[in-house]
Ligand binder design. Sequence first.
Ligand code: GLC
Ligand code: CA
Length: 552
Amino acid sequence: MSEFTFLAGDAHWWRQAVIYQIYPRSFADSNGDGIGDLKGIISRVPYLKQLGVDAVWMSPFYPSALADGGYDVDDYRDIDPRIGTLAEFDELIDALHANGMRLIADIVPNHSGSGHKWFQEALKAAPGSPERDRYIFRDGKGENGEIRPSELASHFGPTAWTRITEPDGTPGQWYMHLFASEQPDWNWDNEEVRADFRKTVKFWCDRGVDGFRVDVAHALVKDLSNGHLPERQSYDVSVMKNDGTDDLFDRDEVHKIYASWREIFNEYNPPRMAVAEAWVHSNRLPAYASEKGLGQSFSFDMLGAGWDAQRVHELAANALQRAKDNGSSNTWVLSNHDIIRHATRFGVDGQFDAGKWFKANRFNPKVNVKQGLERATAMTALLLALPGSTYLYQGEELGLQEAMEIPDELMQDPQFFRNPDLGLSRDGCRVPLPWVANHKWFGFGEGGSHLPQPEWYKNYAVDVEDADPNSTLNLYRKAIGLRKGLETAEELTWIKHWFSKTILHFKRPNGWHSITNFGTKPVKLPKGRVLLSTLPLVGGKLPANATAWVQA
Ligand code: GLC
Ligand code: CA
């Protein structure tokens, strides 16, 4: 199994890493069934190597009914046969390691899929049985238990409770699911559940996985004591308590679980890393990123920053301070499989509200594509210059826009169906990648694409961008390559421009400057060698909507 000595040893590789997220079913299809697979990813290892990333984070690849794109896991210690086999998984790890890259697996501990063996056993067992105790089953209210146990909404809408039919055919108990009904929540008060997850963590560590991305890491422990059941309609952080006593999210006790995983991670060389997907108040993030816990947590602040120098500055400075106080390193994120691609977001002026925008624009998107791409790459270059690790999402290196033209009947996102009022779908960023412009499925595979690829994808295909020295792909390659050579202490100095509030400028200890022009007029660059500019300079100046790196 994969334990490459040349990669072992560096316990801090993740602190300043560039990590590339792969949504496996939409990356590359090797056998023409329309679904991306492990062999497809293996075939693209040279592409990843050329891009220069340090690690790959793979969204779930486990057996799943795909009620939520694989985040409904039916077996935590196996591979979806449509995606591949464990032997191919080993092959992928070996191929990545041999090329100097790491692999981060997605682990989904808040809920399983409803096809999970233990959920199926729970359905067959009696109320109050040990089988039911692994999940959150409760009797309904009302004379015949016909009223749901509490007024708790699902994150995807509407309710978080589903009633089952008991084995004898009568309407029975209800179970809690914070997400889709095919995603029953685990009962983390149950010791068997805890032990089984430790087994899963160990299983993948033994297989050579270098780290984990922990899905909804803040939700596992809930206050269900003395018959209490949480009730709430919104999962917004603003309605969450920020002191560890919220009854549904971010409870202090959750860190005990991660401390026990940390013990396992530290048995390996190098210790396995982990990053928490925790949507919590920022004062609560450090606990997830503690070295006694997962070690790192996503900071999603930049998603809401918009195109605003002051705001980006404030958010970056706060996030860096937080990470520093905690001994962790910050994570920068602009896109992932859950949000509208940032090239599209930046093509829309003003505060971006995904739900409202999607509804109003679905059939006639008003996006300034040029501005969107310029600002998106400027922001990416800015974040790549900051201390910390940067998470990239597949396709952003091509400058892909959100695919808006998916008809209702081809949508897959449960959120789209469970919450028709919102009508928001995450499928537009999950459309299979374009590799070859002149090909029926844009080189994704030979047998179609599980989500329809729009016609304009051809302009963003890898072969087209590869051949164009000014493409987004070549810009990403250059920026990531340069960054590697520029690695320096995890510090920075902000440089104020008294004449402008629309320039964001900082320098790293080795004299590496990053300047972003959030204004409308070209600005002068500091003295030194221009290493990179996301747009061509105009008379030696940095144009609007661009970032430059200068070596002083
Ligand atoms: C996380 C995932 C998202 C998924 C949800 C439920 O937020 O990123 O894709 O739907 O958890 O597992
Ligand atoms: Ca396939």
